[in-house]
Design a protein around this ligand. Structure first.
Ligand SMILES: Cc1ncc(COP(=O)(O)O)c(C=O)c1O
Length: 422
């Protein structure tokens, strides 16, 4: 397709080069997708970390269709509600490691959830009479989506720098240094810091697992300083780490959690802020007149919520979260030999079906475009991966992937690296 024929503007793409190179996907089954020419690809990244139950689940299509036939949509502002929204909120509340959690659904996915959580953090401090606690702290390498708060909280300079300071009163700390968090809070003054946003496992920033004890320490620092601890579980939520949530895997009890992707496995877009009792209380307490002045036209969309319910049914019925836990060591073993490859500086595995193969800085410097060539070579051999931060190959397959398919991914990555300098 030429530049004149297509009108589709792709995210994160150099549009001068995309026309003529597009890969149009038409069908999927399990961990495999098929393009318009009939070629098949093993999807090593579950689209964008989200098709957790795999492709081709007609059960999810039927859940959406059934809801749409009955009541396709209705708003959730003020007193209005729908049955799927109520049911999914109750179910998520019962699943998370927070007592009596409340669920604020967001329509677009993780970015909306992040911006909602950030606004709620600031609104909370206003509601409890401490409006000065406005500063939000995030980490280097962090990815919190592309809305205004999320862009500002992001710790990947290429994604934040072009847009300037969209949201002010945002600070960053190194992703692995709990002491740095304590220091920034001390310097700013705890009475000015409202929240700390933290991915249990850094995702789009390169798949970095938390150093031993790091998450417990930052959570404690937040408690000691009366700072809300917000776990961004957009990737880690609903099983990706081999537990229902990264917070369970790492023993955390966040004040708020953001979720999206795995909530519906992406069959329809849906996210949520899951709010613990502390933050909910000033808004929900009997007699309170506080209102969270925030919402979206499609908040708690009933068709998306019906898909969410059916998706959780599949995860539970097929015990896919324990399957992820079982496949964790299979994935690690399959990728381990890549650590010795001359172009690779590190293979990161450690929790669930999440991994990255880092192409060494020396190799990338010596051979500009190396990473993109590896990704293209893998695709030509039928495996879809992508580059994170220009350096690391992402591996985050659907939970239904088999041990043989994981071996196949590792094999194709190896031959793609082998051939990249040829
Ligand atoms: C940790 C995290 N937070 C937020 C987001 C933003 O989600 P979305 O792209 O669905 O808006 C992402 C997306 O990858 C993410 O990985």
């Amino acid at each position: 397709m030429s530049g004149r024929e297509t009108a589709l503007w792709h995210p994160f793409a150099t549009m001068a080069t995309v026309p003529g190179s597009t890969v149009t996907m038409v069908r999927g089954e399990g961990s495999t997708v098929y393009d318009a020419s009939g070629r098949s690809y093993l999807d090593a990244i579950a689209s964008l970390w989200y098709v957790n139950v795999g492709y081709g689940r007609t059960e999810l299509a039927e859940a959406a269709a059934a809801q749409m036939r009955e009541l396709a949509c209705f708003q959730a502002y003020e007193v209005f509600s729908t049955e799927p929204a109520e049911a999914l909120a109750r179910r998520v509340s019962d699943l998370v490691p927070m007592a009596d959690a409340k669920v604020f659904f967001t329509p677009g996915g993780g970015s909306d959830a992040i911006d909602s959580a950030a606004k709620l953090a600031r609104a909370y401090w206003g509601a409890v009479g401490r409006p000065g606690k406005q500063i939000i702290i995030a980490r280097s390498h962090a990815y919190h989506g592309m809305n205004a708060y999320g862009t500002s909280l992001g710790g990947i300079p290429a994604f934040t720098d072009p847009f300037g300071p969209l949201v002010t009163l945002v600070e960053h700390v190194p992703w692995d240094d709990a002491g740095a968090l304590a220091k920034v809070i001390e310097q700013a003054g705890a009475d000015r810091v409202g929240a700390f946003f933290c991915e249990p496992v850094v995702g789009a920033g390169g798949v970095y697992f938390p150093p031993e004890g790091y998450l417990a320490e930052v959570q404690q620092i937040c408690r000691d300083n009366d700072v809300l601890f917000v776990a961004d579980e957009v990737i880690t939520g609903f099983g990706r780490t081999g537990e229902w949530f990264g917070s369970v895997r790492y023993g955390l009890q966040p004040d708020m959690m953001t979720v999206a992707k795995g909530l519906t496995s992406g069959y329809l877009p849906l996210g949520a802020v899951v709010v613990g009792p502390r933050v909910a209380d000033p808004f929900w307490r009997a007699g309170s007149t506080e209102m969270f002045r925030h919402g979206y036209t499609y908040t708690a969309h009933p068709a998306a919520c019906a898909v969410g319910m059916a998706n959780l049914d599949i995860l539970e019925r097929e015990q896919l979260v324990s399957r992820v836990r079982e496949l964790e060591s299979v994935l690690a073993a399959a990728l381990a030999p890549l650590a010795d490859h001359e172009l690779v500086s590190e293979v990161r595995t450690g929790a669930g079906l999440l991994a990255a193969v880092e192409i060494s800085a020396a190799a990338r410097e010596a051979h500009p475009g190396l990473g993109a060539r590896v990704v293209a070579a893998a695709r030509s051999q039928g495996v879809i991966t992508r580059l994170l931060r220009g350096a690391a190959l992402q591996i985050s397959p659907p939970f239904v992937i088999t041990a043989e398919e994981l071996q196949q991914i590792a094999g194709v990555l190896t031959t793609s690296l082998d051939g990249a300098l040829a």
